[in-house]
Design a protein around this ligand. Structure first.
Ligand code: PLP
Length: 358
């Protein structure tokens, strides 16, 4: 039985969970709920048809205008999900005879986009831009090249080396696509993501985000030039052949976007608490990899041990998912903590105490 916020009741017992991507607590924000209710009242529920037929309403148009303004780009396009945005965009940008270069730890939706594209797929070791450079150097026969990366990795909680990747994209005349799914609303002084945080947003022509994590709703989006967006409207099959997201989902995203812009305290508080939690865990002898965010893996290696730790926490009223191969590489089984601003310092304290020393 799910309730709003980081606690839920299972068989009548309260459990605090650390497994939600509702980082800013917006999924149950009264303003978001009110926006949804008003939109359902006005438009009904379902999207009705593809955006190219009738599904693209005034609310979608307003959301795309606001997302473009937020991202500082000419245009933006809303997809039914972040998965569709990634898979649709990658496969629309490259094809047979092109090269697509992908970080080994990228999200499944980027990888599926690479496969769907029929381009030559080259995976480089996680975060290793030097290895990427060698691949780019050797593969000069590609017609077009595209580098794709998560900006904040969903299992490792670390940041992509976006400055170096932008340099490589310049040097080797490649396009660069980043997926800010876990970073939109959380990173950067304006909440625009890791690219803003690292000061390279303007150098990244294709920026994907999701409305389903910190924005607390559902849907994905791409921000970039008008030329890019026009191309996607004509080429991105998940955009063309999927029913538009409900107008109420777009209305929810508009309300959430406004909160992201107006209430920067949410992200600074969250990132401050995440930094403290990482520090405590390291002090207690745990390996948290290269986490630099609200996603904090406790790497234990052995999958059985990860499951055992998760069960022990669960008995103490704390839910932290154990993540095992193939979701993470062999030997990298972990407990994955997903921190949100709705976790109070007391809840975090309880978690640290329950996890104890390594
Ligand atoms: C969750 C996620 C997506 C997909 O977003 P949805 O809106 O849930 O479909 C894409 N990329 C990354 C890195 C994600 O973590």
């Amino acid at each position: 039985e799910a309730t709003a916020g980081p606690s839920l009741r299972v068989d009548g017992v309260e459990v605090i969970h650390f497994g939600s991507n509702d980082y800013l607590g917006l999924a149950a924000d009264p303003r978001v709920k009110a926006a949804v209710a008003a939109a359902v009242d006005q438009y009904g529920w379902g999207g009705g048809s593809s955006p190219l037929i009738l599904g693209h309403t005034m609310v979608h148009q307003e959301l795309e205008r606001r997302l473009a303004a937020f991202e500082g780009t000419e245009a933006a396009l809303v997809f039914p999900s972040g998965f569709a945005a990634n898979a649709g965009t990658v496969s629309a940008l490259v094809g047979t005879g092109d090269g697509v270069f992908t970080d080994r730890n990228n999200h499944a939706s980027l990888l599926d986009g690479c496969r769907l594209s029929r381009a030559d797929v080259r995976a480089y070791p996680h975060g290793d831009w030097r290895a990427l450079e060698k691949l780019l150097d050797r593969r000069s026969s590609h017609r077009r090249r595209l580098i794709v990366t998560d900006s904040l990795f969903s299992m490792d909680g670390d940041l992509a080396p976006l400055t170096e990747l932008a340099d490589l994209a310049d040097r080797y005349e490649a396009m660069l696509l980043i997926d800010e799914a876990h970073a939109t609303g959380v990173f950067g002084s304006g909440g625009r993501g890791v690219a803003e945080h690292l000061g390279v947003a303007r150098r990244i022509p294709v920026r994907v985000g999701t409305l389903s994590k910190a924005m607390g709703g559902v849907g994905g989006f791409v921000a970039g030039s008008q030329l890019l967006i026009d191309w996607l409207v004509n080429r991105a099959r998940p955009y063309i052949y999927s029913t538009a997201s409900p107008p109420a989902a777009a209305a929810a995203a508009l309300a959430a976007l406004e909160i992201v812009e107006q209430e920067p305290d949410r992200r600074t508080t969250l990132l401050g608490r995440a930094a403290e939690l990482r520090e405590r865990l390291v002090e207690n002898g745990w390996d948290i990899g290269r986490s630099a965010s609200q996603i904090i893996p406790i790497v234990v290696g052995d999958p059985d041990r990860a499951v055992e730790m998760a069960s022990s926490l669960r008995r103490q009223g704390l839910f932290v998912p154990a993540i095992r191969p193939p979701t993470v590489p062999e030997g990298q089984a972990c407990l994955r903590i997903s921190l949100t601003v709705a976790h109070t310092p007391e809840m975090i304290q309880r978690l640290v105490a329950a996890i104890g020393h390594s």
